[in-house]
Write a protein that binds this ligand. Structure first.
Ligand code: MN
Length: 292
């Protein structure tokens, strides 16, 4: 998906090679003010329970995002609380769903270079900038806690018998506290959200290389394929957001009308770059004239 802001997004969820059902769920939302939200969840608690929890959580987060005009941090906290409430109530009301829960990670991006990440559990958000990947979340998991206390190494965590145990999840308790933080967003940045079905099988470096090299649409497919080639033991979900190389503010200032046609996204980006070059040449010319 891409739009007049030049932000491109892609999402893919796959059952993997071992599980019989997909308990991950993800979605993309966009508000009329141009703010994007991507959100994914990895459900747990039996076959039906896991799939229900992740879907309810993603839908609740999307709904609050779409309807609330409060500041972004408050919106994300509200959205996660609402998700927790819905999943928790649904679990109490149905024996087959009792005990279900889910992780959730979400990223809100505005066109003016600000973003907000919210998460609960061990689904992750990363930023890839100039080919360098950095985590934007820290897992609420037993092994992450052991690594933080320097009791085990990151390498040991990857194969630890308790690596699937999470310490915070949506829907299990009546109340939840999400981690929410603001991030700076720059032109050309790529952002990736994933469930542990991806992060458990590919190194951060492998994720960075594919995400940097490919379009979001191709990258999500290649990342899922890579995890499946390594056995695909879990459901695999990945979402990518690519920020335009030149910010729309620059282009609009240069007097270029933004393209409003999703099908011409690559051409739109080329035009943005061309516009930036034109501005630079214009400035040089102005300086040259001034000197004469
Ligand atoms: Mn998983």
């Amino acid at each position: 998906m891409s739009d007049a802001t030049g932000i491109e997004t892609a999402s893919l969820s796959d059952v993997g090679r071992v599980r019989s059902g997909n308990e991950d769920y993800c979605a993309e939302f966009q508000r009329s003010d141009g703010v994007h939200l991507i959100v994914l969840a990895d459900g747990m608690g039996g076959h039906r329970g896991g799939a229900t929890a992740s879907r309810l959580a993603v839908e609740a987060i999307g709904e609050i995002f779409a309807s609330s005009s409060r500041d972004p941090e408050t919106v994300l906290h509200e959205a996660f609380s609402c998700a927790n409430d819905r999943v928790h109530r649904a679990a109490l009301g149905d024996d087959q769903l009792r005990g279900m829960g889910t992780t959730a990670v979400s990223l809100m991006l505005s066109r003016d270079g600000v973003g907000w990440v919210g998460h609960v559990g061990d689904s992750r958000a990363y930023r890839i900038r100039d080919g360098i990947i950095n985590p934007l979340t820290s897992d609420h998991s037993v092994v992450a806690e052991l690594v933080r206390r320097e009791l085990i190494t990151a390498e040991e965590a990857a194969v630890h018998p308790r690596r699937n145990e999470i310490l915070r999840s949506i829907g299990v308790e009546p109340e939840i506290r999400a981690d929410v933080s603001a991030i700076d967003v720059r032109p050309g940045d790529r952002y990736l959200l994933c469930s542990d079905g991806l992060s458990g099988l590919l190194s951060d470096q492998e994720i960075a290389e594919i995400t940097t090299r490919e379009t979001p649409l191709r990258a999500v497919q290649m990342l899922v394929d890579s995890a499946n080639r390594r056995g695909g033991p879990d459901n695999i979900t990945v979402q990518i957001v690519s920020m335009p190389d030149v910010s729309m503010t620059d282009v609009v200032t240069a007097g270029v009308v933004p393209l409003d046609d999703a099908a011409t996204a690559p051409r739109g980006r080329a035009l943005q770059i061309a516009a930036a070059i034109a501005v630079a040449v214009g400035l040089l010319a102005a300086v040259a004239v001034g000197l004469l």
